[in-house]
Design a protein around this ligand. Structure first.
Ligand SMILES: Nc1ncnc2c1ncn2[C@@H]1O[C@H](COP(=O)(O)OP(=O)(O)OP(=O)(O)O)[C@@H](O)[C@H]1O
Ligand SMILES: [Mg+2]
Length: 303
């Protein structure tokens, strides 16, 4: 079969393979500059090896985002990089005349989508699909996008004078710790693995300010409550309750100090996700008051 390989017009498969090999060698010889390739469509020839080499070079140079045409490839740095997600950087991408000319970033995707809504006379819904294997960073990326919109699409300064009227963006962000406490668990691949899929809808008004959010969840792995693989754990909330309940609450919820539960394996592993206070605070901000919380935790314990 005749193929066009990088501008050549070979007459046979053998010739095509030879050209490809030469191009590949040429590409790999120029490896020093690989990390500068911001877009995988500029990788030539496109083979599994060249694409992976490019991503590897960028990873080594702390460049964790790479475009692939209109898709963004995000590598998980597995280490905190606060300057990559600072509010200042969010504002920079938001204010840029052409954000796509800045370094590839999840904020570019966020900003372009936001502008797509803004520029249309009749606003059209925009969707961002975040996909990847377990531990790839989907939950992290969704959180980043929500934080980005909380900054750029903030509602006006205050809502009347009501003390209880939390800013809407803050309430939207508070949905994350609650969903993760009840729907995430420590697995072999990810200490904070989401055991459900979700469709998050952020709602904007005509002035492109955030007015609300809706979250639809899918396929929660309910069987995990009663059955966990060895070295894995049950949902975070159970450990949070066991570790974070006060003495009074322990009495009320029949939770003696130091009790061991066969459905809560590996309790000795202490994770940053085991933070009961954060879950409770977030629930409070979402309007779930303390008596309601008590009822939930009582039944979580029985569950
Ligand atoms: N951009 C990032 N910067 C720093 N750490 C990150 C980043 N993305 C992911 N991580 C780290 O990787 C871990 C796993 O990421 P995350 O929970 O988002 O994966 P996931 O794709 O949602 O996996 P699962 O499908 O199991 O839910 C996070 O807890 C965090 O420690
Ligand atoms: Mg997840």
């Amino acid at each position: 079969m005749l193929q066009q390989v990088n501008g050549h017009n070979p007459r046979s498969d053998g010739q095509a393979r030879e050209y490809l090999r030469e191009d590949l060698q040429e590409f790999l010889d120029g490896e020093v500059l690989l990390y500068q390739l911001d877009d995988l469509t500029r990788v030539n020839p496109v083979t599994l090896e060249t694409v992976l080499r490019c991503l590897q070079a960028r990873y080594m140079a702390d460049r964790f985002y790479t475009n692939a045409g209109c898709t963004l490839v995000a590598l998980n740095p597995f280490k905190p990089i606060p300057q990559l997600y600072s509010p200042e950087l969010m504002r920079e991408y938001h204010a840029a005349p052409q954000p796509q000319k800045l370094k590839p970033h999840v904020f570019t995707v966020g900003e372009q989508t936001y502008r797509n809504v803004k520029s249309l006379i009749e606003p059209v819904n925009q969707s961002i699909v975040v996909s990847g294997e377990s531990g790839a960073g989907k939950t992290w990326t969704s959180r980043c996008l929500m934080k980005f919109y909380a900054v750029v699409a903030a509602s006006p300064a205050s809502w009347e004078t009501h003390k209880i009227a939390e800013r809407i963006e803050q309430r939207i962000l508070n949905s994350n710790p609650v969903m993760e406490a009840f729907g995430n668990a420590c697995t072999l691949r990810n200490n904070n693995s989401s055991r459900f899929g979700k469709f998050i809808q952020l709602q904007l008004n005509r002035a492109q300010q955030m007015t609300g959010a809706a979250v639809q969840t899918y396929l929660l792995e309910k069987t995990r409550v009663a059955c966990q693989a060895s070295s894995e754990r049950n949902f975070h909330i159970f450990y949070q309750i066991c570790k974070g309940a006060s003495e009074d609450e322990r009495l009320q919820w029949h939770l003696p100090e130091g009790a061991a539960f066969s459905w809560l394996p590996n309790p000795e592993r202490s994770l940053e996700e085991d933070c009961f206070e954060v879950t409770r605070e977030a629930m409070l901000h979402l309007g779930i008051d303390t008596p309601t919380q008590n009822n939930i935790f009582k039944s979580s314990r029985r569950g």
